[in-house]
Design a protein around this ligand. Structure first.
Ligand code: FAD
Length: 474
């Protein structure tokens, strides 16, 4: 097939997920620079169609129903599964990316469809679905933003397990589901599957859910998940004699036979939530001296090679969260713009410093888990001298109003030497919105004394901050 040469752009971005979109947009904003996004599937990426958006659209009705159940006098009906799935589909735009393509064009960004690979310095080769190939050359920068893909262990592949893509885009709710894994994706999927009517078993290799969070967070989720959680699980075999791939989101044919810790169990679907790997296997990394299949390491300007190759989002392995990928992309876009204009990049704006220990995350389980910064174990591992302050969120008037019997816990981790908050964790119904105040305190290294003057409104759940500071005073 002939190679069409060579579209020239100032900036070429491989991958049109949230990170790629932001990198392209920031790199050319307010300038006459040109940018192109190369996308092999849908502009908007994993987050928009198979990850954040559909999962949160499935979890919100579950949360709302639980909130109503916690208040006497509020009528509570069963979830309308078809209605929940319809609303989920509206959030994924029925896998139609024309809205995001229009956004790109409105920003002055071209979109080229196809699989992009590096073919040398500042050179990208794109293979379209029909096999035709074209070359793109970058005047300033190439940004890798190809995200990550689900890991399916080879011994499970034959049973056609669902990945996160299938379980977020489910069309029917399987009656009996085995979820392999105990991390965020596993716990969130268990939450919506159980609420939509599935009988869920979780096979967790370790001894806790959400092992990277504070131990009390995983314990609270385990205690309230409507699932049979098996810790220390050993999967002896997973087989699907009648396996048949009927396509994404459909129930694959035949039951799955599982030997779990010596017990024989049968499921309609198995969901593998065993982690993700950076999408770098077929990216032409070897043409620029990098190793395929691994995360693309970067400096804090998100540069991977010289001043021309950058990597943002899941692909660089720094923090696999949409908001962190977008943050890196803003920094990266600003760095590219500054370098193209011959400006310096010494100021803090040009460095992705928050990647190092200031990352916020929300797990939308019941209860929710919202955290930022270090956990106690991480602080100890870093040799920091810390004080742990924890309170029961249910003692706050705003929480009592929020739900009868509100149960939750808030914890601050205070660096004793600097007297600043370096970590915060909240567990409880709808605590997601509490975490940004903590993020500001952590990133701003606000002295605890000064936090006294950040007065939370009455009667809100945020008054837990006051309880925490009072507990600190003793
Ligand atoms: C089930 C689930 C739920 C999640 N929920 C949340 C959440 O609530 N909040 C949160 O912050 N994070 C969440 N995440 C993580 C989040 O989805 C990722 O961190 C985010 O999508 C990463 O964005 P990205 O732009 O780096 O990559 P992606 O979103 O993966 O986009 C990469 C894009 O690159 C394209 N691509 C790949 N290779 C090539 C190539 N060679 N040529 C051309 N195009 C290519 C892909 O098709 C894709 O469109 C969730 C993840 C999962 C699996």
């Amino acid at each position: 097939m002939a190679v069409e040469t060579a579209g020239e752009y100032d900036v070429i971005v491989l991958g049109g997920g949230p990170a790629g979109e932001n990198a392209a947009s920031y790199a050319i904003a307010g300038s006459s620079r040109t940018a192109v996004i190369v996308e092999r599937e849908l502009v908007g990426g994993e987050c928009s169609y198979w990850a954040c958006m559909p999962s949160k659209a499935l979890l919100r009705p579950v949360e709302v129903r639980a909130a109503a159940q916690a208040i006497p006098g509020v009528p509570v009906g069963a979830l309308d599964v078809a209605g929940v799935l319809r609303r989920r589909d509206s959030f994924t735009s029925h896998h139609d990316d024309s809205g995001q393509v229009r956004w790109a064009e409105s920003e002055g960004i071209d979109v080229v469809r196809g699989h992009g690979r590096l073919a040398g310095e500042r050179l990208v080769r794109v293979t379209a679905a029909d096999g035709s190939t074209r070359e793109l050359r970058a005047r300033h920068a190439v940004v890798l933003a190809t995200g990550s893909t689900a890991v399916v262990p080879p011994d499970l592949a034959g049973a056609l397990p669902w990945t996160s893509r299938d379980v977020t885009n489910l069309r029917e709710v399987p009656s009996r589901v085995l979820i392999i894994g105990g991390g965020v994706v596993a716990c969130e999927a268990a939450t919506w599957l159980a609420a939509l009517g599935a009988k869920v078993v979780m096979a967790v290799r370790g001894s806790a859910l959400l092992a990277k969070a504070e131990p009390f967070a995983g314990a609270a989720v385990a205690a309230s998940l409507a699932a049979d959680v098996r810790f220390g699980a050993v999967l002896d075999s997973v087989a699907r004699p009648g396996a048949r791939d009927t396509g994404e989101g459909n129930i694959h044919g035949g039951p799955v036979e599982v030997m779990l810790g010596g017990e024989r169990l049968e499921f309609d679907e198995v969901v593998v939530a065993a982690g993700r790997k950076p999408a770098t296997a077929d990216l032409g990394l070897e043409t620029v001296g990098l190793a395929p299949g691994r995360a693309v390491a970067t400096d804090d300007h998100l540069a991977a090679v010289g001043e021309w190759l950058y990597a943002v989002g899941d692909v660089n392995g720094r923090s696999a969260l949409t908001h962190m990928g977008k943050y890196q992309a803003r920094v990266c876009g600003d760095v590219i713009a500054a370098r193209a204009d011959g400006r310096g990049i010494a100021s803090r704006r040009f460095s992705a410093s928050a990647d190092h220990g200031e990352v916020p995350q929300v797990v939308f389980t019941q209860p929710q888990v919202a955290s930022v910064g270090l956990t106690e174990a991480q602080a100890h591992a870093e040799g920091l001298e810390v004080e742990v302050v924890a309170v029961d969120i249910g003692t706050v008037a705003g929480a009592a109003l929020h739900a009868d019997g509100y149960s939750g816990r808030a914890q601050l981790l205070i660096d004793r030497v600097e007297d600043v908050v370096i970590g915060a964790s909240f567990v409880g119904p709808e605590v997601a919105e509490l975490v940004h105040a903590a993020t500001i305190a952590v990133v701003g290294r606000v002295p605890v004394d000064l936090l006294w003057h950040a007065v939370p409104a009455y009667p809100t759940v945020s008054e837990v901050w006051l309880r925490l500071l009072e507990a600190r005073r003793g």
